[in-house]
Design a protein around this ligand. Structure first.
Ligand SMILES: *Cc1c(COP(=O)(O)O)cnc(C)c1O
Length: 498
């Protein structure tokens, strides 16, 4: 990749760079009494010898990690139009605020009186998210979208049980995000998948036919995973509620609706938001995220504890386990995350909300929808559009028209890498053949959108004229075309050095 700079050295593992006796950092002399480790750790848990850590100089460590970081692609390197995953730019003011020592250097076991600022921030964020989603109360604990889904479903479960009802089924449309059926199974429900109409919407007849006295909930994203707004949402809510079920809103990507409409007003009873998508906090690579859940009045007693409350005096406090205020709920589903959630992510999200304000959040949604429609219309002559109507924050196309040149959507995605773009989502949702799903997000300029569109058009021309170029792409990445099936089915995860 970086031949001028010693490509060979760049590709060495940190273990391969190791030489006995090299030291990167020395700790100062211990200035407290030394306690033998045998007194601290039970004998059975003590290892016989030191782990085989690499022995390297500080400069080797820095080059190793800097080299790895350069191979990463992120929103700070370039355009990242992943569908159903909002990879928007993360404003740096969020990072500045999260690094304030008053936020970054506190400890959750400090006395509440010394944590008032942090607690106030969490309380205000709970209120803001309740307002944005139209819910009555919010818990900030869940650490991810899928975790929020599971938390929401556990509350739904507790709700039905408290009423002596045995409801075992969760309905999801066939276009739903993969985490929806997964969360349903992990929460102990049976998942019932219903088909979408030719227009990509929930099929009301199929919904009517599948609800019943065993329906616990319907999980829905609106706009749905195809990027279309479910116009029949009021009727959908009525069908599910009449059958005694509840409505779960997957609000991972709320870029299309913030400041315009609210899940609470559409009839949903529970919602989760992905702060690491909608509220611009960083994500990817499995780092910390946050998937707060909001509920309507009827589910309040089941919310996870502890929660942050405001006492009558105006003081902020933690209610529930290890807070100074005992729990007031006997039906809470309990704690779902250590302490109160991923606090640093909450600070970033709060900063985002306050720096934009209500008008700004609405503008975010309007621009996200505008960008998606602009791109969809410019690409329409070159790809099949299964749902050509007005889209919301994202849209799907099909690459099936390229099959006559022997080209698949995967080849288009691989070729995009050569132009410095992260490819869009491909082969999802499953109900669209050779699917390409694009979410440009609101943070991109018209020039960036145009440049990407021009590359997509160029790739279609290459497919017609020189398909081999696509079949062997990418050319500019550290590794070129990989055997993806082999990597998934027979992963080799260890390295024999030497
Ligand atoms: C990303 C996403 C999720 C899952 O969120 P995680 O934080 O990755 O667990 C759920 N639903 C939708 C629609 C998503 O886009």
């Amino acid at each position: 990749m970086n031949e001028m700079n010693g490509a060979k050295e760049d590709s060495l593992l940190i273990f391969e760079r190791s030489r006995p006796g090299r030291i990167a950092y020395s700790l100062p002399e211990c200035d407290v009494p030394v306690v033998p480790k045998e007194q601290l750790i039970p004998a059975g848990r003590l290892r016989g010898e030191a782990p085989a850590f690499p022995e390297v100089y500080e400069v080797d460590v820095i080059r190793h990690y800097t080299g790895l970081s350069r191979r990463n692609f992120g929103v700070d390197n370039g355009f990242y139009p992943l569908g159903s995953c909002t990879m928007k730019y993360n404003p740096k003011i969020n990072e500045d605020v999260a690094r304030y020592p008053g936020f970054s250097k506190i400890h959750p076991y400090q006395p509440e009186d010394s944590l008032q600022g942090a607690l106030e921030l969490m309380y205000r964020l709970q209120e803001d998210l309740a307002g944005i989603t139209g819910m009555d109360e919010v818990s900030l604990q869940p650490a991810a979208g899928a975790h929020g889904e599971w938390t929401g479903l556990m509350m739904i479960r507790a709700y039905h049980e408290s009423r002596g009802e045995n409801r075992t089924k969760v309905i999801v449309p066939d276009s739903s995000h993969g985490t929806n059926p997964a969360s349903s199974s992990v929460a102990g429900f049976e998942t019932v998948t219903i088909p979408s109409t030719a227009r990509g919407m929930v099929d009301l007849d199929a919904l009517r036919a599948s609800v019943g006295s065993d329906t616990a909930a319907l999980m829905l994203t609106n706009p749905n995973t195809i990027g279309l707004f479910e116009e029949d949402i009021v009727q959908i809510a009525e069908i599910v509620h009449t059958a005694g079920g509840l409505l779960y809103y997957d609000g991972a990507n709320s870029n299309a609706i913030m400041g315009i409409t609210r899940p609470g007003d559409m009839g949903f009873d529970v919602v989760h938001l992905n702060l690491h998508k909608t509220m611009s906090t960083p994500h990817g690579g499995g780092g910390p995220g946050a998937g707060p859940v909001g509920v309507k009045e009827l589910l309040k007693p089941f919310l996870p504890e502890p929660t942050v409350i405001k006492e009558e005096s105006g003081r902020y406090a933690i209610r529930g386990s290890h807070g100074e205020n005992p729990s007031t709920s006997t039906s809470s589903i309990g704690r779902v995350k250590a302490f109160y959630g991923n606090f640093g992510i909450l600070v970033r999200a709060y900063t985002y909300i306050r720096s934009l304000g209500p008008q700004g959040l609405r503008q975010v949604s309007e621009d996200a929808v505008l960008n998606a429609n602009y791109m969809m219309h410019r690409l329409a002559p070159y790809f099949d559009l299964p749902y050509p109507e007005l889209c919301k924050h994202e849209f799907v196309m099909s690459g099936k028209g390229l099959a006559k040149y022997g080209i698949r959507t995967l080849d288009v995605a691989k070729r995009l890498l050569d132009f410095g773009y992260h490819p869009p989502t491909i082969y999802f949702p499953l109900n669209v053949e050779e699917c390409i799903m694009i979410e440009p997000t609101e943070t991109e300029s018209k020039e960036t959108l145009d440049a990407f569109i021009d590359v997509m058009i160029r790739i279609v021309k290459e497919a017609e004229e020189h398909p081999d170029i696509l079949l062997n792409a990418p050319y500019t990445t550290p590794v070129t075309r990989l055997d993806e099936t082999g990597a998934a089915r027979k992963p080799v995860l260890s390295c024999t050095c030497g």
